[in-house]
Design a protein around this ligand. Sequence first.
Ligand code: FES
Length: 161
Amino acid sequence: MTEKKKEKIDRRQFLGLAWLGSILALTGESLAALFKFIQPIIDGGFGGMVKAGTLEEFPPGSITLVQEGRFFISRLDDGSFIALWQRCTHLGCSVPFEEDEDQFHCPCHGSLFDKLGIVQGGPAPRPMDYFPVIIEAGEVFVNTEEAFERKAFDPSQTTHS
Ligand code: FES
């Protein structure tokens, strides 16, 4: 009788340990997934605040790809900045800037965008989305937490140095 009771307790202990192990494994997986989700924000990659560079790195009239943030810094001739998401507004392909054409040219279906991200041709239904630019102490930062859609260019989408 005592032996049987002891076995029952052992089984209960085993089930308890198995249950605890499952909970710990689930918690560990959840924490790993959460960390993976917030890591870009901690590291300053896409999905968080991205340091693009210093003001001097972006001469007026230039287009610069900031790979880790998946955006282009377009510095306009008046010295203001707009950060354009690299993603095509048609079906989401990455859009390169073609120096020889002086415009963005989507390789998938041929949408064209000017340096403000405004559609110049092709099937794209709206301008390239943009991210807010913040300039602090001579450094250019871009907040990639949220991309903003628009129907047209408006100077409020730019940031002055
Ligand atoms: S995804 Fe760019 S034109 Fe279709």
